[in-house]
Every structure is written in C-alpha cells, then in structure tokens.
Ligand binder design. Structure first.
Ligand code: FES
Length: 168
C-alpha cells in the first residue's frame, strides 16, 4: 500500500509526495514531528520507506525516528482499517471505565492500539476528549459516535460492522 512505484528495473522510484514534504523543511532534527505529522496526514500512516527517508534526511538513526513515532499515539505504523475504532481515554470517559471498553476492543480484535487486523477491516485508536463527555464513556467507529459504552456493547457493535462488511 506504500506509495512507492517500482520501475521496470525493479528499483523503487522516488516517492514524489514524500520528497515534496521533506523539501519544505530544513535538515534539522527539530523538524521531525512536523514532518511526521505531514506524512501521517498524507498517507494515513508512516510507511517504512518514509521512516528510512526521514532518518536519512535528518541524519538520525531509524531507532530514533521509530521511537518518536511510537511515543505519540497520533502516529501509526499501519494504514487504518475500513472501520477505525477510536476509544476516548479523556478524563470523563476514563473515570467512567473507558479502559475496560478499550480492553474489550483489543481482546475481540486481537490487536493493540495503533494496529490493524490482518483482513484490513478494523484498527484501534486511543483518543483524547472528543467533546461528548455527557455520553461518557464514548467510542467512535469512523464518524459514528457510541455513548454510554460497555464492553458488551462493543461486542455488538463490532459484530454489526462485521456483518456490514460481509454484505458490501
Ligand atoms: S472525555 Fe471522552 S468525550 Fe470527553
């Protein structure tokens, strides 16, 4: 899914989108977060190839770049699933048990936050307050908001989307 074309000789062609992003910034480590933000926005995740190019460009090790990506939950290493489940871990939701909701999502999908199921259907995200505290605990599936969430409800909702995916 990486946006890197292969030419006839088998070598990877230069990724022009990535090059355009890098060109905007000076080759200074302090620009890492901004570059990662743009790459995340452009690709929906931070492809391996982009990590390599960024580390070369900023003269940083891959481990340093990887460390920053994994530190911030807004950066992801895989494309999001067709259904992205985002559980709010803001204060109001947390107090009302959103961690249990998140644990149930992880248990049912057998993946962690920031990962995508092998079939590409679901991904999990942990978010800050989404401004629906009155409905806490809250999670969303793409644009759809689910309030007063319980682990049981999570199971029903996931099953609903599995069914929907089968019928598409
Ligand atoms: S804390 Fe979850 S919606 Fe505000």
């Amino acid at each position: 899914m990486e946006n890197v074309e292969k030419c006839a000789c088998g070598n990877e062609k230069h990724d022009e989108k990535l090059e355009a992003i890098l060109k905007k910034y000076k080759q200074d480590k302090s620009n890492l977060i901004q570059i990662l933000n743009e790459v995340q926005e452009t690709y929906g995740y931070i492809p391996k190839k982009a990590q390599e190019e960024i580390s070369k460009y900023l003269n940083m090790s891959m481990a340093e770049v990887y460390g920053v990506i994994t530190f911030y939950s807004r950066f992801t290493l895989e494309p999001k699933g067709k259904y992205n489940i985002a559980v709010c871990l803001g204060t109001a939701c947390f107090v009302k048990g959103s961690e249990k909701v998140l644990d149930k999502v992880k248990e049912l999908l057998k993946i962690d936050v920031g990962q995508t199921t092998e079939d590409g259907l679901f991904s999990i995200e942990a978010t800050r307050c989404i401004g629906a505290c009155g409905l806490a605990p809250v999670f969303t599936v793409n644009e759809e908001v689910y309030g007063k969430a319980t682990p049981e409800m999570v199971e029903q909702v996931i099953n609903k989307y599995k069914e929907e995916a089968k019928n598409v």
